[in-house]
Ligand binder design. Structure first.
Ligand code: NAD
Length: 251
């Protein structure tokens, strides 16, 4: 059964080949959705869109920390598709720093992409969703937000992703009367390129030791959860945080 026939989805940070955004875009496309891949680099976004199953997907350059870039991207999506049913705020960066190593530029970079970007891209598309009285917003947070880090990202990453949880819940409350749902996904450790070669084998052993299921997550594990939250299977779910962590945090 196709769950997203006739739907369109905007997915930020979806150009990274092994990333959660690309896996989510692929699964949504398999379920019949038209996808707008947004990422920093236009060519990479276009290439990722062309690589998705089915026809008619688009790739756009959008730095989510730039409010006007988000507004422009939303307008381009509406021009291309005529509607936007789903937004997945997936763009994110992380840094493996300890508390006292966080410099102002580290704080700004990590908080801006993860938290400010989630706010700006949501603000860019909410007026359209409000007009149509329908929409599903899925924000990618992290288990780091819930357990205070201890995976890879530093305290500034935990704080930014905890901010995403608060924003998700506040949006859910405010947008529910307009038929728009807002939920968060909290992945545990998923093997992608976000660690930028900085994941040591000691770190990996420590992480695996803390996962009852005994394996790192896969991007498709997160994509499945995003599909549930984006589709009408979750019609009465809003303001929730859904764990995809192999049991690494059971609470
Ligand atoms: P990734 O590095 O593979 O992909 C992230 C993408 O975001 C990249 O394509 C990058 O170009 C894009 N991006 C970065 N800054 C951007 C900006 N300012 N505007 C637009 N796009 C931007 O990482 P991933 O592991 O796929 O991570 C996806 C999301 O999942 C992130 O929000 C991350 O924090 C979150 N997450 C990942 C894990 C994990 O273990 N991989 C765990 C929990 C949460």
């Amino acid at each position: 059964m196709k769950l997203l026939d006739g739907k369109t989805a905007i997915i930020t940070g979806a150009a990274s080949a092994r990333g959660l955004g690309k896996a989510t875009a692929t699964l949504f496309a398999e379920h019949g959705a038209k996808i707008a891949v947004l990422d920093l680099d236009l060519d990479a976004a276009k290439a990722a869109a062309a690589d998705l199953p089915g026809e008619g997907h688009i790739g756009l350059a959008c730095n989510v920390t730039d409010k006007w870039a988000c507004i422009d991207a939303a307008a381009a999506v509406l021009e291309a598709f005529g509607q936007a049913d789903i937004l997945v705020n997936n763009a994110g960066i992380t840094q493996p720093l300890k508390l006292m190593q966080i410099e102002p530029e580290n704080y700004d970079a990590v908080t801006d992409v993860n938290l400010r970007g989630t706010l700006y891209m949501s603000q860019a598309i909410i007026p359209h969703m409000r007009e149509r009285k329908t929409g599903s917003i899925v924000n990618i947070s992290s288990v780091s937000a819930q357990r205070g880090g201890g995976i890879f990202g530093g305290p500034h990453y935990s704080a930014a992703k905890a901010g995403v949880l608060g924003l998700t819940k506040a949006m859910a409350r405010e947008l529910a009367p307009d038929g728009i749902r807002s939920n968060a996904v909290c992945p545990g450790f998923i093997a992608t390129d976000i660690t930028g070669g900085k994941l040591t084998s000691d770190m990996m052993d420590m992480i695996l030791e803390g996962i009852p299921m005994g394996r790192a997550g896969e991007a498709s594990d997160v994509a499945g959860c995003c599909l549930f939250l984006a589709s009408s299977l979750s019609a009465y779910v809003t303001g929730s945080e859904v764990d995809v962590n192999g049991g690494s945090l059971i609470h």
